[in-house]
Design a protein around this ligand. Structure first.
Ligand code: ADP
Ligand code: MG
Length: 243
């Protein structure tokens, strides 16, 4: 699904990612844990194609194509989804309109029929119920004035509606209370399937109590320094990242 080889990334002339390799197969859930400033968000922004992240070496293959040559839109249309650590607010576009535009732009790109209003509302109402999202939020601007928890639920709503193949979540758990954390995790678990992969970036072990990863990697100083199974999270909780 996603194969990262010896990736090196500079931000404002400073090397942040320093030769990172990672291979994610279809259906696998990988978690990346690491201390503050390790380069976790830099990795996710680079994969999403954000401006200002200069790849100086390495290669990233996404479903058999060179990811680094794709525009942001192409990445999304080909099935990559990034849930941001700090979801952006967009005034003037309602959450529902935004969601429907995103779905239909992807369908158009894939040569599929667009989703009509009725189909959209049906899919939406089932999903907002599962995620405990108030239906009024769809009429507000995208994330505009949403609480931290509402923004994160909204990210899960977006991925549920868009059905991406590869989902990258950057600290989606930060700032969530325990109920919201569980609901976000439930939403993610409902999306797990044979053909869909996840890269879950987190600072704390607790999210991984609810979303059980196949592999856990430690990212420190721009590199993967350790890889293990789900027990590695518990080990790290005891010993910290330094050992
Ligand atoms: P993490 O998400 O693991 O906490 P980040 O990827 O956000 O870490 O940051 C890694 C390092 O890159 C930090 O030292 C940070 O200060 C630096 N960095 C990230 N973004 C920028 C930027 N836009 N300009 C300058 N330095 C940056
Ligand atoms: Mg970060």
């Amino acid at each position: 699904m996603l194969k990262i080889e010896n990736l090196k990334v500079k931000v404002q002339d400073k090397e942040i990612i320093k030769g990172l390799s990672l291979d994610i197969n279809p259906g696998e859930v990988h978690a990346i844990m690491g201390p503050n400033g390790a380069g976790k968000s830099t990795l996710s922004y680079t994969l999403a194609g954000k401006e200002g992240y200069e790849v100086t070496d390495g290669h990233v293959d996404f479903k058999g194509h060179n990811l680094l040559n794709m525009s942001i839109d192409e990445r999304a249309n080909n099935g990559l989804f990034l849930a941001f650590q700090y979801p952006v607010e967009i005034e003037g576009v309602t959450n529902n309109t935004f969601l429907r535009m995103a779905i239909n732009s992807k369908r158009k790109f894939l040569g599929e029929k667009e989703m009509n209003t009725l189909e959209f509302m049906k899919a939406l109402s089932a999903n907002i119920k599962d995620l405990h999202i108030h239906s009024d939020m769809g009429k507000r601007g995208v994330n505009s004035g949403f609480s931290g928890g509402e923004k994160k639920r909204n990210e899960v709503l977006q991925m549920t509606m868009l059905q991406p193949d590869m989902i990258i979540m950057d600290e989606t758990d930060s700032g969530l209370d325990i109920d919201a954390l569980r609901e976000v995790a439930d939403g993610v678990n409902r999306l797990r399937s044979e053909g869909r992969s996840f890269l879950i970036i987190t600072h704390y072990q607790r999210l991984l109590d609810y979303i059980q990863p196949d592999f856990i990697h430690v990212l420190a100083d721009g590199k993967i320094t350790k890889t293990g199974d789900k027990n590695l999270a518990l080990e790290l909780e005891e010993t910290g990242y330094k050992s």
